[in-house]
Design a protein around this ligand. Structure first.
Ligand code: ATP
Ligand code: LTN
Length: 337
């Protein structure tokens, strides 16, 4: 039993499109660290994805390395997991083209992230924004991943990846592992502190809406204190009361306490005490990550070494898959002597 779980492979990625948020941490990174002992893990910094919206080149370069440093600072061990930048492995774009020719326009038109982002960036609805899920499918299928740990906003993309893989396997012959999404319930969708009906997002222009993983303790507490709630003043995991429900979920994910335990802990107390407790718990969880991040980012040579090693390992797998795919679709490959 243990043998078979050991061999399962995990793939995931975050875009270096800004400062990582508490949503990225609870929805993705924290789980990645928890999974590394059970699975073979490959974690990528999705810089190709990031340019679907405009990026300042120097900032993108810095955020890419910062994102890698945050992966490591969360306790993901480079001896156990493989790390690389998406743009360092050309097979991602190669496979993306082939998969794009096996993906329907109608399928991509239904993607809610495309609809959201084209509204947000109405002046730049580029082709990459539209074909983004094909590149994401290529990321996952290239490594024959079994499981993809993500927040629930990515579920639709993983469903599409499964459809593309199944279609390709049926049209040609079994080629890709059909992956499954791995989504934890309480942290699947951390909501904005300012507009709790929207997802907390690193590209939200309102800095008070998101807690950033590198925020200082006083900023964290201030933002939680200002978080939008309601006038009932009863701490409860009630999905109809979006703001307080979100805070209970965050506190639960940070502390491991169940919703019932939290309701009991704050019975008869107002929102003020609860918000401070959530802020303190959050600052306590992020403090060691921030400390480690500071150390890591001072040692660029170490980070570059991790990338070199990871790129080499990931390239071996990627090369094998692309060769198989090229052969299956009928691209002529000369005999190597
Ligand atoms: P952007 O604002 O640039 O679109 P983002 O903050 O939505 O970025 P992504 O890079 O798209 O972040 O997501 C990286 C990972 O974090 C994905 O697995 C995604 O599902 C997860 N994630 C992002 N936001 C949240 C959230 N609010 N709650 C839970 N998980 C999240
Ligand atoms: N689209 C993802 C980031 C991402 C990803 C992936 C996640 C790019 N490639 C492959 C999982 C697997 C996002 O979170 N917006």
């Amino acid at each position: 039993m243990e043998q078979s779980t050991k061999q399962k492979r995990i793939f995931s990625a975050v875009q270096p499109s800004g400062n990582l948020t508490l949503g990225n941490y609870l929805g993705a990174l924290k789980n990645w660290a928890d999974l590394q002992d059970q699975f073979e893990c490959i974690y990528c910094v999705a810089d190709l994805h990031a340019i679907t919206v405009r990026q300042e080149p120097a900032v993108l370069r810095k955020k890419s390395l910062d994102t890698l440093a945050l992966y490591l600072a969360c306790g993901i061990d480079p001896k156990k997991a493989t790390f690389f930048l998406q743009s360092h492995i050309p097979e991602h774009t190669q496979l993306s083209w082939v998969l794009g020719c096996n993906t329907m326009f109608g399928e991509l038109s239904r993607m809610t992230q495309f609809k959201d982002k084209s509204q947000k960036h109405a002046d730049n609805i580029n082709a990459g924004l539209f074909t983004y899920p094909v590149l994401m499918a290529a990321d996952i299928l290239l490594y024959q991943a079994d499981l993809v740990p993500v927040g629930s906003d990515q579920k639709q993309h993983i469903e599409l990846t499964r459809d593309i893989a199944t279609r390709f396997n049926n049209s040609y012959s079994p080629t890709f592992t059909v992956p499954e999404a791995y989504i934890l319930k309480s942290s699947a969708r951390i909501m904005s502190l300012a507009e709790p009906e929207r997802k907390m997002s690193k590209s939200d222009p309102n800095a008070n809406a998101s807690i950033f993983m590198l925020d200082r303790k006083d900023d964290i507490i201030r933002k939680f204190k200002r978080a939008v709630t309601d006038s009932e003043a009863v701490v409860a995991a009630d999905p109809a009361r979006l703001g307080i429900y979100n805070l209970v979920n965050i506190y639960s994910s940070l502390t491991g306490k169940s919703a019932e335990e939290i309701e009991r802990e704050f019975e008869g107390k107002g929102y003020g005490d609860f918000k401070i407790a959530v802020g303190e718990a959050c600052a306590d969880v992020l403090a060691p990550v921030q400390k480690e991040f500071d150390l890591l980012t001072r040692d660029k040579a170490y980070l570059d070494g991790i990338l070199r090693e990871g790129t080499e390992k990931a390239s071996c797998i990627a090369r094998k898959t692309i060769q198989k795919v090229y052969r299956k679709v009928g691209f002529y490959l000369p005999n190597s002597k």
